[in-house]
Write a new protein. Structure first.
Length: 86
């Protein structure tokens, strides 16, 4: 019977993923801060949120659902608050 051993990621792979996570977190936080200032038209705020999601898809292909669970509610809540939407 052959048992397949899981392959552990290398330190380089772990470091690279950490960099991508850090980059995404920085972009999301900056995007939220820019939107929170309230100086943008609604459409631009929506575009900033969409751009952050596109970056997430680029950094983590196929993980858009995870982004939608973690970050989309934050963007939606903030945009609703800033632009007084329901």
């Amino acid at each position: 019977m052959n048992s397949i051993q899981p392959v552990s990621p290398t330190n380089a792979e772990i470091d690279e993923e950490s960099r991508r996570v850090r980059r995404l977190r920085i972009v999301v936080n900056l995007s939220l801060s820019i939107i929170a200032q309230g100086n943008l038209p609604y459409e631009e705020a929506q575009e900033i949120a969409a751009s952050a999601r596109r970056l997430a898809e680029t950094l983590f292909p196929g993980k858009g659902e995870v982004y939608d669970l973690l970050y989309r509610p934050k963007f939606r809540r903030l945009i609703n608050e800033v632009y007084r939407l329901q």
